[in-house]
Design a protein around this ligand. Structure first.
Ligand code: PNW
Length: 460
């Protein structure tokens, strides 16, 4: 049987605002997501992360679950406003918040689970948004983010050896500042490009600091996580083949090309023109080569056609229907996701050919249609999620063992059902069912499946 090498990492991913709750406990300051959830109509079920899976209090239960699934690693994110409640470089830190994460890290290590820590998974301190416009203000935000990163390296870097600076800059900029469906809910043609630029710079200067002041002593690695779905042209027409390339550049290349190659993609420059900020020579020298690995979040593939009016996609129409009317795969609870494992293998090959960095799949997962509406017993028998993970895990194994792509780790999204942003709690991505009335956690079949699959497919 084909297997991954023995040092292959696997586990589950979560994010602070989606699981912690306790938003005004332990000295935490508010984040832009606390504020955003209070705007009527923004969250489909009117909910928020106020309680979520209550993991700030129940983190030991979460670690028990991780042990039960037999993981080697766990990816979670830090809440910036738990560590620095207002957020800025001259604002006080919160010792209680630092102790919380320190204890979590110790407990993981005690159980032989390697922490993979994301510094920023979308919950900007509200204080910085109010003070100077948050991600829109280059001079301030880069310095404040680097200061926050420094506090984290200092407090946790003796034990944390795997750092992820940002989760999904595309979602931060396009969903937060262009479509307005994520915090802070802006709708603008210029802001997403400014925000994306400032996120790239914040990432790069935080990596520079780690490499110059911490890496030699702490010996860790640091990189960024980008999100991308594989794009298949609708047909063989030159316009649609070109649309698929442009779509990948607008989703991924706009971040990956500066970071791994040192420049914005031509296809993006051609469309965005002078709305695309420029890097100074000094900045681009810091940005180029600023990630030790390729962190990838991927959920689906898309069938694309030239045209439409959506700049976030690069003026590419996205669907799942082939010319003959057939669907790409099994439809998930959310409209943007269908199961298609071959696209995952293609994407892994594309990333390795294009960027030549070892890959960590930092998120991959599925949400079963109507899982919130069926009985607990039926929800626990999540066959479509098992089918999804089986297909994606096999595709990744083939990419590694047959195609030679260096995938080093895999984190399924998610350990638990949790607060699914604008979709609230009805959309469930967990391999563990959460009864929100009692906070009782129950493993689903998919969790059991992954436990067995990785036990079988990673060399001892
Ligand atoms: C990711 N899309 O977000 C996030 O990193 C997670 O926090 C989230 O829970 C997970 O995927 C599931 O949605 C995405 O519209 C948000 O294509 C939106 C999209 C993809 C991923």
């Amino acid at each position: 049987m084909a297997q991954f090498p023995s040092d292959f990492q696997w586990g589950f991913a979560t994010a602070s605002y989606q699981i912690e709750g306790s938003v005004d406990i332990g000295g935490r300051g508010p984040s832009i997501w606390d504020t955003f959830c209070k705007i009527p109509g923004k969250i489909s079920d009117g909910s928020s992360g106020d309680v979520a899976t209550d993991s700030y209090r129940l983190y030991k239960e979460d670690i028990e679950l991780l042990k039960f699934y037999g993981v080697k690693a766990y990816r979670f994110s830090l809440s910036w406003s738990r560590i620095i409640p207002i957020g800025g470089r001259n604002d006080p830190t919160n010792p209680e918040g630092i102790t919380f994460y320190s204890t979590l890290i110790d407990e993981l290590l005690k159980n032989n689970i390697t922490p993979y820590v994301t510094l920023y998974h979308w919950d900007l301190p509200q204080g910085l948004h109010d003070r100077y416009g948050g991600w829109l203000n280059k001079e301030e935000i880069v310095k404040d983010y680097v200061n926050y990163a420094k506090i984290c390296y200092t407090a946790f870097g003796d034990r944390v050896k795997n750092w992820i600076t940002f989760n999904e800059p595309w979602c931060i900029s396009c969903l937060g500042y262009q479509k307005g469906v994520f915090a802070p809910g802006h709708k603008s043609g210029t802001e997403p490009w400014i925000v994306a630029h400032n996120v790239i710079l914040s990432h790069a200067y935080a990596v520079k600091l780690y490499r110059e002041e911490f890496k030699a002593v702490q010996g860790g690695q640091i990189g960024i996580t980008l999100d991308c779905h594989w794009q298949l042209p609708y047909d063989e027409s030159p316009e649609n083949i070109e649309a698929a390339r442009r779509g990948i550049d607008f989703k991924l290349g706009r971040f990956a090309d500066p970071i791994y190659k040192g420049y914005y993609p031509d296809r993006v420059k051609a469309v965005i023109g002078d709305r695309l900020p420029q890097f100074t020579a000094e900045e681009i020298a810091v940005v180029k080569g600023s990630s030790d690995f390729f962190g990838l979040n991927t959920y689906t593939s898309q069938i694309v056609q030239d045209g439409g009016d959506d700049e976030t996609t690069g003026f590419v129409k996205i669907g799942f229907t082939r010319p003959d009317g057939s669907q790409l795969g099994t439809q998930a609870h959310v409209s943007w996701l269908q199961t298609y494992p071959p696209g995952f293998r293609s994407l892994l090959n594309y990333l390795w050919e294009t960027y030549q960095k070892p890959i960590y799949v930092t998120e991959n997962g599925f949400t079963v249609k109507d899982e919130s509406k069926i009985s607990l017993d039926n929800a626990l028998h999540d066959a479509p999620r098992v089918e999804y993970f089986n297909g994606y895990a096999e595709a990744m194994l083939q990419a590694v063992t047959e195609d030679g792509v260096p995938v080093k780790g895999y984190f399924a999204w998610s350990l638990l059902d949790n607060f699914e942003w604008a979709d609230g709690y009805e959309t469930r991505f967990g391999v563990t069912y959460v009864d929100y009335a009692t906070q009782k956690r129950s493993p689903k079949l998919s969790g059991m499946f992954l436990k067995q699959w990785f036990a079988d497919h990673v060399k001892a």
